[in-house]
Design a protein around this ligand. Sequence first.
Ligand code: CA
Length: 228
Amino acid sequence: MKMLVIEDEEELLRFTLTYLRSEGYVCEEAATFQEGMEKINLYDYDCVIADIGLPDGNGLHLVRQLKSKLSDTGVIIISARNSLEDKIEGLDIGADDYLTKPFHLSELNARIKSILRRRKFQGNKEIDFHEIHVLPETMQTLVNGREIALTKKEFDLLIYFISNKDKVLTKEYIVEHLWGDYMDTADSYDFIYAHVSNLRRKLIESGAHDYVKSIYGVGYKFTDLEAK
Ligand code: CA
């Protein structure tokens, strides 16, 4: 799952990023309104955590911009003061949740999980795709009731595939989603190929159908619709 944290207080930004990365999220950062706006316009995120009080703009405008893209990105706004007006306006323009500083990072994490559950998995704590059963919170995958061992990237890839089933996912899109903007794209397609191949092999070996379709020159599609 890919996050964008927009926060101008450097120490809080560092703490938040370190914590979220240790929880297994791919995280990008922005320290200003301008930087946040650029990233929102260029990339897709599963969840954006935006401070309202930025030195060069109001975080609520970022939320508005994000929502005008009609994306299914979750949004949590962070405010320095407990302002009811900010809260109401934020929720009104489409933010999913609201936290007032200071907050516990574990609380932020709980809110993120709840948003992702709601947005990505229709409120379910567990994901089923035919014989494949995934438990995101404990990072377990079962095929026909038997647990299989996936690496973190394979696991993220599987969730990404299932939550985007029947869609053509380009390699660029997969790289951006699973690695963020730190990955050098020149090498990254080989990585994608290796991770997809390993995931596919592990699923097939454990008795699952082969749902991963390669689309030559483009990317992949995870689907149960096409004939073998
Ligand atoms: Ca601030």
